[in-house]
Write a new protein. Structure first.
Length: 287
């Protein structure tokens, strides 16, 4: 009997941000010839362009020097970019760095191959031993974007969850797991944006998200036993990385082989242990 297809189509990735680090840049208005440019957007992109492999963490004064923008303007732009999830702020260093939401603009966050290398082997082991599709994802605006994935050789799943695949935060288990790990301010902002996006469906979606977050606080993981597609069940758990945006580790398999009891007693706890192992490895790799 042919297996049903539940493919999710990925989107492409623009190029990584690039820019000269040789000295101060002219203000955006001097670098843009078009008279139809939206200057706040141009300035925000100029701020993002400052970050790269040579300068991962930057202060607002450094960014002001790079862009040629006034420090108060840079501070306002950074506040917005932090709230939106494009930039992350470290209060200890009082500096900023690109965050995972920059994936949607330039794939700069997933250029961090150290995370993928640290996670890859454990993801492969889990996928092969459980006959599931294991994914590693992070947030890009109102989506979870798949950064890496492994399909067990005996999983018999017609899913397309290759890197770059996007899943709506409000309509995916991984999205609920990711929300559970976000700082309160960021989570509140996102929930407001999600409410605006889904409209009248939001109360029901909010209850479902709250239920999954409660599962994570109680069990360490959340479950979806055939809730969206009856033939498919999933488990997700957040990965906390110091000074980095949270990530989410998930596994999806056929409901026939992923009963609720098996998810609660075997697969869920094992996924949490795998996430904890990845946290430890990433802490060493990224230190």
């Amino acid at each position: 009997m042919a297996q049903p297809s539940f493919a999710v189509r990925p989107r492409g990735h623009p190029n990584q941000f690039k820019g000269s680090k040789t000295g101060p840049r002219p203000p955006p208005r001097q670098r843009v010839e078009s008279n139809v440019m939206v200057m706040p957007l141009a300035r925000g992109l100029a701020v993002l362009e400052c970050f790269g492999t040579e300068q991962v963490w930057m202060s607002n004064k450094q960014i002001a020097l790079e862009t040629g923008l006034p420090v108060p303007t840079v501070s306002r732009l950074l506040h917005s970019l932090v709230t939106l999830g494009y930039v992350r702020y470290d209060a200890t260093q009082r500096k900023y760095r690109l965050a995972a939401a920059a994936l949607g603009l330039g794939y700069a966050a997933t250029a961090d191959g150290a995370i993928r290398r640290a996670a890859g082997e454990e993801m492969r082991k889990f996928a092969e031993s459980t006959d599931t599709y294991v994914t590693l994802g992070t947030r890009d605006q109102l989506d979870v974007i798949v950064v890496d994935s492994y399909l067990g050789s005996q999983a018999m799943l017609a899913l397309d969850l290759t890197p770059g695949t996007r899943m709506s935060i409000v309509a995916s288990l991984a999205g609920a797991a990711l929300l559970s790990a976000l700082p309160e301010q960021e989570r509140s902002y996102l929930q407001g944006a999600l409410e605006h996006k889904v409209g009248r469906e939001w109360p029901a979606q909010r209850r479902r998200i709250a239920e999954k977050i409660s599962q994570i606080r109680e069990l360490g993981f959340c479950m979806s036993p055939g809730e969206w597609v009856p033939e498919l069940s999933s488990i997700s758990t957040p990965i906390y990385i110091r000074k980095r945006p949270p990530w989410v580790l998930s596994c999806t398999g056929r409901t026939a082989y992923m009963s609720r009891i098996r998810m609660e007693r075997e697969l869920g706890p094992r996924l949490v242990l795998t996430a904890q192992l990845l946290q430890e490895r990433m802490a060493v790799v990224l230190s």
